[in-house]
Design a protein around this ligand. Structure first.
Ligand SMILES: Cc1cc2nc3c(=O)[nH]c(=O)nc-3n(C[C@H](O)[C@H](O)[C@H](O)COP(=O)(O)OP(=O)(O)OC[C@H]3O[C@@H](n4cnc5c(N)ncnc54)[C@H](O)[C@@H]3O)c2cc1C
Length: 357
């Protein structure tokens, strides 16, 4: 049995910041991630980040991951376990892990779950053909393994992820035939959309994919227009000759391990689906189980980092550590408030309000 004060599951920006905040207080932390390197989504993000300046906006995601990893390396009270998948959490808080092909048990006095999110898929005929990818998978292929997914791409989804991945595809020499989105407007930042439009790629709003064409792999796609009631408009079908269809249609919080701990969950579409009910300290309804980042509701890396700090500070505080914790947490809560301000934060604010009801 491996014992620790705080067990953190997920080494993305939320988990890494949780580890740093708790270790700074003096707590012993084990940070576990199934990948061979910590960083979560950041390790494949070669673009300069949007978000908060305090959380490294303007820096490339991959560099933010390196900075956080370097900071973690300075703490002897943080043990990082990579290639370690958490399989289950039992009623008594025991964590079952598979670390490099060996099954082991970890027991933390407190546990922080920061497992991130998974990509959503949408139903349409032939959506299981080889050549249909999630946008995150395309980023992994290109930016981590240097492999392009195809030559001609249809991007489904004009949120920030769809726009950024389209741009990265073009940087890799791939032709993006079109970006379509079912919504009547572009969901991503206009700065990204303008860059794409300047490169001659049409962004078709109120459009959906009707069907993927091909037998053994993608050979084309049929798209069509949607009316005000989101219904397909007959006669507007258009065939695109593409070999890759990339879906950037949203993310769902990865909450399986939270359910293992019997955390109460609520369905909040604005936060991406089922999310755990938690308090301001990011503690769930299961005592001693904290949550942070996309697992608590899909947002951005900046807020994931701040939530991680709050969870790390709060878990450390509950163990008796107390170096200026209240002031540090208040600073984080203020940061979250400003990250979620304005029009761009409206959806998240609405979601959080529903969660509190
Ligand atoms: C294409 C794309 C572009 C983006 N661009 C931006 C941007 O410019 N600015 C911005 O602020 N945000 C951006 N984001 C969003 C941002 O990346 C996420 O909000 C952020 O990474 C969430 O952090 P996290 O730590 O909660 O989760 P993740 O980064 O997803 O990390 C979760 C970690 O948990 C690990 N894990 C999951 N389950 C287990 C398990 N059972 N056992 C062990 N490990 C596990 C995973 O391997 C992963 O490393 C982008 C996202 C995408 C997909």
């Amino acid at each position: 049995m491996i014992n620790t004060e705080i067990a953190i599951i997920g080494g993305g920006p939320a988990g890494m910041c949780a580890a740093l905040a708790a270790a700074e207080q003096g707590a012993h932390v084990i940070l576990m991630d199934r990948e061979s390197k910590p960083g979560g989504q950041l390790v494949k993000q070669t673009h300069r980040f949007f978000g908060s300046e305090k959380e490294h906006a303007g820096t490339r995601g991959i560099n933010i991951a390196s900075m956080l990893e370097k900071a973690i390396g300075k703490y002897t009270n943080i043990e990082v376990k990579t290639k370690t998948t958490v399989l289950a959490i039992y009623d008594d808080g025991l964590i079952a892990i598979e670390e490099r092909d060996r099954y082991k048990k970890v027991k933390g006095k407190k546990t922080i779950i920061a497992t991130g999110a998974s990509e959503k898929m949408i139903p349409f005929p032939n959506n299981d053909l080889p050549g249909i990818y999630g946008a995150g998978a395309v980023q992994t292929l290109m930016n981590q393994y240097g492999v392009v997914p195809g030559n001609k791409v249809l991007m489904v989804g004009a949120g920030n992820i769809g726009l950024i991945v389209s741009y990265q595809l073009m940087q890799a020499g791939i032709r993006v035939e079109a970006i379509i989105d079912a919504a009547p407007g572009v969901g991503g930042y206009f700065v990204h959309a303008s860059k794409i439009r300047r490169m001659g790629v049409p962004i078709l709003t109120s459009h959906t994919i009707k069907e993927a064409l091909g037998t053994d792999f993608v050979e084309g796609a049929i798209i069509c227009q949607l009316d005000n009631n989101w219904q397909q408009v007959p006669g507007t079908e258009k065939e695109l000759a593409v070999d890759t269809i990339c879906l950037a249609v949203g993310l769902s919080p990865l909450t399986d391990l939270l359910r293992h701990c019997s955390c109460l969950m609520k369905y909040i579409p604005q936060l991406g689906g089922y999310v755990p009910i938690r308090d301001e300290h990011m503690e769930t309804t299961s005592h001693g189980i904290y949550v942070a980042g996309d697992a608590s509701g899909v947002e951005e890396a900046s807020s994931a980092m701040v939530e991680g700090k709050i969870a790390g500070l709060s878990a450390a505080e509950s163990l008796g550590y107390s170096q200026n914790i209240q002031a540090l947490r208040q600073e984080c809560l203020d940061d979250l408030k400003s990250l979620r301000a304005g029009v761009t934060g409206l959806k998240i604010r609405e979601g959080l309000e529903l969660l509190a009801v």
